[in-house]
Design a protein around this ligand. Sequence first.
Ligand code: 5IU
Length: 493
Amino acid sequence: MAKVSELILSLFDVGAVKFGSFKLKSGIQSPIYFDLRVIISHPKLMQTICEILEEVVGGLKAVDVICGVPYTALPLATIISVRKNIPMVIKRREQKLYGTGKMIEGEYTEGQTKCLILEDVVTTGSSIVETTLALRSHGILVDEAIVVLNRNYPAADENLKKNGISLTSVVKVDQLLDVLLNGDRITLKQKVEVEKFLAEGQTIPEAVQPLKTEQNGDGEEGIESSLSKKLSSPKSQKLFDIIISKQSNLCLSADCETWQELISIGEVVGSKICAMKTHVDALSFQDPNEIALFKRKLAELASEHNFVIIEDRKFADIGSTVMKQLTAAPFSISEWAHFVTVHSIPGPGMLKAFKEKDKGVILIAEMSSVGNLPSILPDYKKKTLEMVEESGNEDIVVGFVSQSRVGSSLGGKGGGGSATCFLQFTPGVSLHSTGDALGQQYVTVRNAILERDADVIIVGRGILQQGREKWVEAAEQYRKEGWEALKEKLQLK
Ligand code: 5IU
């Protein structure tokens, strides 16, 4: 105990614990901040931490290997490994889901090796969970982790428990505050401020990252921004801004067999697309842990490459059911999808569910398949548009999946006026095929954009079936052709 108090004071003295006003990764303003990276510059302190950790390890069930979460916990694990003669494994940080590179370094036996995870600071627990899942996916057994500093986020405990990990903390924040106050390192006011923050201000970071928009620095309104203003909702405007800034109106329909393949294609073509369309219920997952990992990785990809995630769920039920389908675990679509596709069949009431969850809606006005009823039934498309306008839902309806224009065109045929516009998403686009054996019908990129008035083209097998080594090349071909045709249609420079 005395040793832990000593440790807390030393952490403060070397600047590993700071008080003030700090912006966390989650965007939350925090009066306290931990940065344990500095400890590597203080060997004596490293030694103290390791001595304490060794005592903790000694009190736990025996393990075969130890794994430090990169970076700061890695040298700590190394010291403990050498001194306690426990071998290490390392989970590579820059691991790719595919490729030749090994993800776990070190020796282990599948189904037999027991591993203890070591971490420097726990906030949400996500790094420990990610490391655990990676180790488990290689047959390494993990059910315990040790952390030097625990920020006391209740959600972290829950997160770890849900994933079958029990966590032992060397220092918890309440103890840290007591010791620092008694050691005259902080004032009572600072202590109270942090306690208040911990009691009120803690939320787990949102899985859905806000969409980034590009700023037009010259202050002059270009044709792009006047077109953007015609769009019905801030959500469609954001997508349009992405289209302009990335010079891509290509939505990849990522109809992959496995989630790993989907992430893999997202990594390589992310820079070429404005949106990725998913069918989460058509992917195979081994267990709920994989679903959680998938959701996080997808949200990270969308944020890194600035694209929109469209879950093509085709909701088609009454509002209360739709609400459950949108939020229920394990898929929890509302957590990670920016937009969702919805049938107009149930009428306007169900749109409230999407509004409540702040999801952009893409309504299906026509389909691409042979004999689809929306395209055959008289007035289906017109009624779908009227439904949006009459119920006042223009702000969440981003656009329509359609094979022809619904309402006013953004700039193509009949365009140029001041009417509110919706984006048109057109699937059934291929440069290689005219259809499949199950009713799909294809048109070319130029036909979709210049004849049918698509703003966004949706392409799946046209890219996927080119094979992994040609994904980038194929996506670039669709991006380039799509962008050239869109520029022509909207008369952009
Ligand atoms: N999709 C269509 N047509 C439609 C609608 C959705 O093809 O009318 I609504 C979906 C189905 C698939 C993707 O996920 O778009 C098209 O994939 P291919 O490009 O592989 O045909």
